[in-house]
Each structure stands twice: as structure tokens, then as C-alpha cells.
Design a protein around this ligand. Sequence first.
Ligand code: NAI
Length: 287
Amino acid sequence: MNLQKIVVIGAGTMGSGIAQWFTQQMCFVELVDSSPEQLSKALASIHSSWDKLVEKEKLTSCQVNQMKKLLEVKSLDKVSRTSDLVIEAIIENLDIKKELFKNLDEFFAPHTIIASNTSSFPISMMAEAVSHERKSRFVGLHFFNPATIMKLVEVIKGKETDEKLCFDLYQWFDSKDKKPALCKDSPGFIVNRVARNFYGEPLRIVEDESEGKMKEVDRILREVGGFKMGPFELMDLIGIDVNYSVTCSVWNAYNEEPRFAPHALQKKMVEERRFGRKTKRGFYKYD
Ligand code: NAI
């Protein structure tokens, strides 16, 4: 497999990280978003991250200059139709994603692989939006936040995804120093199923919004549990809106099993638009 031309759709938390990572593999990357402001913000933030890596001597200025040339932001109608791989990283909403996949299927060449970075929707359900011919080249590629640093990529085979394609993608990521995992198309895949309790249980422990209790739970899980981040810090990084959608989707997929139930506090925070770091207000404040 030779992935050279990549399109990433959605320039939010995940899309911008995924675009940055692919560019760092020296792929030609076109980044798209429905919001032009978000697109400029993402490009500025990726450039600034590369400049910092030069300062820290992790990349050379020559490498960064080359990467800056390889990454372009544009509208969907201007991207290359013959790209090797398109990765969708837009809002976690099934109807909006399916509408996009229908358009992508019509727009891109028959060989283009269409992938979703969804955290929770079944790949086979999203594949319903594409033509019969595309279904074998429709796959889940689930990156983790921050995508430039986290090694795991879940490669999810839908009902009609070509098995060899999944294996080739697995090998390609493996050769690029990611840690791919082949996954079944089950609700939450591997990590987001296991992680539900990492968020749900601490929410049940804290119940209210006591900052002292949240800090204590975060500290214990970091210092005693050995996690890099505590659950409240991690939810703020992921985005409360994204995490809430994923929780609801996994809970629904498991017939509202109580252990996966969303917490009232998550819903309240979404209604108040306290989405975590990206809105500067979440469980904690970021000024
Ligand atoms: P985000 O809210 O940070 O970014 C979503 C972006 O998509 C926004 O910039 C928005 O303007 C854009 N967008 C919305 N509809 C669009 C459309 N029709 N066409 C083009 N652009 C559109 O969301 P985030 O966190 O980056 O999540 C994106 C996807 O990645 C979701 O499916 C989410 O479940 C998944 N994901 C999120 C993780 C996280 O930690 N935040 C981790 C792994 C997966």
C-alpha cells in the first residue's frame, strides 16, 4: 500500500491532528472544513506546533519548510479527486456523516479509500450511504487525541470492507510507527467501550461539580492508577460534547445498559456549551 495523497475532512481537534501527522509522514495533505475560520485556526496551530518542534530540535527547519508546502487547506470541491485516502473527522452526528459520505462517494475516484474517524458509530451503518462498489473500500480509522502523539489507530472492518484492505492499512500504519489494532465493528470498538467506565464511574463518584473532588479523583488516577491524565482532565481535552455523543451512542447500541449510561452532568454541560478546553470552560477553567 502506498498512501501519498490524503484528504482530511473536519479541521477540529482530531482532523487537525490527523492532518498534521500524515504531513509529518511526508504525505500530500488537503485539509477541509465547513468553517473557513476553523480552517485558518487549524493551519496556524499546526504551523505553530511545527515551529515549536524546530525550537526543541525535534525537527529541522528544512523538514518543516517541506511539510508546510505539503499541507494545504481548501474547500471540498477543490481537493484532488484521485486522492488515495479520505478521512472524515467531522461532528459525531450519524445523519450529517452519512450525507457527507454520499457526496464523497460521488466525488472521489473509484480507488479512493473512504475512512471515518468516528468514535462510536458502526462502520457498516455509515457504509449504507455509499455505492455498492465503494463499500469494500469504506473503513473505520479511529485515531486518538492528540493524533500526532498517540500511537494507537483502530482499523475497523465493516460488514463489506475488504479484509485485505484492512490488513494493508494495518501494515502501513505499523511501518509508520503507529500501533494499529484490527477491530470488530462493535459499539465503541475496543477503547471507547472500555473507556466508558473510566469516565462514568468518576462522574458517579463526584456527582456534583466540586472542583476539590474532581482534582482528587484526577490526582489518584494519575499518581496511583498510572494514567497519563485523570478522567476529568481527559474529558476536557476530548471535548464534553464529543464525549457525551459517544456515551449516548454506545449506551443506545447496548440497549441502554446501565453501566454505559450518560451522566446528567455531561448533558447539563453540553446544554451550557461548556465543552472543555476548546471553549475554555469544562470541568476546569482554561484562561
Ligand atoms: P471538533 O468539534 O473539534 O471538530 C469537528 C469539525 O468538523 C469542526 O471544525 C466543524 O466545523 C467541522 N464540520 C462539521 N460538519 C462538517 C461538514 N459537514 N463538513 C466539513 N466540516 C464539518 O470534533 P473532534 O473532537 O475533532 O471530533 C471529530 C470526530 O472524531 C468525531 O467523529 C469524534 O467522535 C471523533 N473522535 C474524537 C476524539 C476526541 O478526543 N475529540 C477522539 C477520537 C475520535
